[in-house]
Design a protein around this ligand. Structure first.
Ligand code: PLP
Length: 473
């Protein structure tokens, strides 16, 4: 059976089985494929996982409980889960050249929680236990335990500000990390839109954080993790990097040396589904001295590992170890730079003046629009993006003044720099044709324009079929 037939057959059969129980779910799954095929996906955090990755998830590994770690489970009969997790770890370590990998986190948020608790256990719990000469927390008296719980509170974290591109899990109040840590932010230099390392150093020296977090969701530049590690060492902080967004660029060796988080940080977290192109999930990489604490992720903050997702992670890591993934990673950046150049040459204001990674931030105030208006006008024209705060954003996190666009997904489809210029033209047409309305959410865009751009977007995509091996009939 050819690959085309095998994959079509697999997905068709799966949908038939689902349809027999709940047809609305089968229809929604099939419709999602149609929608994704037809839209110009520029969401920086999304991608298209391979059929092999998707198929690795839809099976009975999902039925198994396997709390614990490889070879040390709290349930019987985990031999196959042990194989799955071992293979995923083997590929993850080789892919990132990491001394230790933990592939159980169910998502990026979970990976960050595992890392935060590992740091707290290493820096707060372990010294407290040594002080009272106990081996574990269960042996502490109530008074000692109360003292330890008090010590956990109010530890300090230095992370990137939200409007500069940081993530909610880097110590912000709507997330539990903001309740666990007293957070101070570092931002970007307003003149360059890039991280001001001298200001970061001064802030770290004043604040004396337990943990410094590098990494971002919406910062379009390379980050010098060597300098950040130096700063962390100077102030005695643990240096953590959340590479959720750019893990694919690390895996594909676009970010090396000073820009490689694994080589520079004590502990690194990631998602597996963004530029890395795997299943939805997370992972943690660390120096060996933190590995015991990281392994306690389950049950500290995680439930039983998702064996079916770990299987898909193993497949994705194996794919990313192939030479063509390095080519893919470089094309992501080439495309994002071509998109930034195409927008800039048409008059757009691109935050920080360009990009070194997979994403571009456009300041839509130039067009008299809020991010919310621009996002919807683009969506109505078949271009899927998301609104995002920009540094010193006057419109806050809900309406925003920015649009974030990213190239991992369209690069997977095979679009190149020529197509990026055409997309810049389509976006330019929509943004210059949209007029702000009576509220920060309302706008006017002639249907003739949105229909024409939608049609052009669909035509552009016609040469780049999504999941060409999958025919649902
Ligand atoms: N960390 C960063 C930097 C992110 O951008 C995100 C998601 O957008 C996450 C963590 C959370 O990932 P998840 O949605 O898998 O929990």
């Amino acid at each position: 059976m050819s690959a085309l037939n095998a994959e079509s057959t697999a997905f068709r059969s799966a949908l038939d089985a689902v349809r027999a129980v709940e047809p609305r779910i089968a229809d929604a799954i099939a419709k999602e494929l149609t929608d994704q095929r037809e839209s110009l996906k520029l969401i920086a955090s999304e991608n298209y996982a391979s059929p092999a990755v998707l198929l690795a998830m839809g099976n009975w590994l999902s039925d198994k409980y396997a709390e614990g770690t490889i070879g040390r489970r709290f349930y019987a009969g985990c031999q196959n889960v042990d194989t799955v997790e071992s293979v995923a770890v083997e590929h993850a370590k080789a892919l990132f050249n990491a001394p230790y990998a933990y592939v159980q986190p169910h998502s990026g948020i979970d990976a960050n929680l595992v890392a935060y608790w590992a740091i707290l256990a290493d820096r707060v719990e372990a010294p407290a236990l040594a002080k009272v000469q106990k081996r574990n927390v269960n042996d502490m008296t109530d008074a000692e335990w109360a003292e330890l719980r008090a010590a956990f509170g109010n530890q300090r974290m230095l992370g990137m500000s939200l409007d500069a591109g940081g993530h909610l899990t880097h110590g912000f109040r709507p997330n539990i990390s903001g309740k666990m840590f007293d957070q101070r932010s570092y931002g970007v230099d307003p003149a360059t839109g890039q991280i001001d390392y001298a200001a970061l150093r001064t802030s770290a020296q004043e604040f004396k954080p337990l943990v410094i977090v590098g990494g971002y969701s919406a910062y379009p530049r390379k980050v010098n993790f060597r300098i950040m590690r130096e700063i962390a060492d100077e102030v005695g902080a643990t240096f953590m990097v959340d590479m959720a967004h750019f893990a694919g660029l690390v895996a594909g060796k676009v970010f090396t040396g000073d820009f490689d988080p694994i080589a520079n940080a004590h502990i690194v977290t990631t998602t597996t589904h963004k530029s890395l192109r795997g299943p939805r999930g997370g992972a943690v990489f660390c120096q060996p001295e933190l590995s015991d604490q990281v392994d306690r992720g389950c049950p500290m903050v995680l439930g039983g590992p998702l064996a079916h997702v770990m299987a898909a992670k193993a497949v994705a890591f194996a794919e990313a170890r192939r030479p063509e993934f390095a080519d893919y990673a470089q094309r992501i950046v080439d495309n994002s730079q071509a998109l930034a150049a195409g927008l800039t040459s048409r008059g757009a204001t691109v935050v920080s003046g360009g990009t070194d990674n997979h994403l571009v931030l456009i300041d839509v105030d130039k067009y008299g629009l809020t991010g919310r208006q621009a996002e919807q006008a683009l969506l109505d024209s078949g271009i899927v993006t998301n609104r995002n705060s920009i540094p010193q954003d006057p419109n806050g996190a809900w309406y925003t003044s920015g649009i974030r666009i990213g190239t991992p997904a369209l690069t997977t489809r095979g679009l190149g720099t020529g197509e990026m210029d055409q997309i810049a033209e389509l976006m330019h047409t929509v943004l210059t044709s949209t007029k702000a309305g009576a509220s920060k959410a309302k706008f006017d865009l002639a249907t003739a324009v949105s229909d024409r751009v939608s049609k052009q977007a669909t035509e552009l995509l016609a040469d780049f079929p999504l999941y060409p091996s999958v025919d649902l009939g």
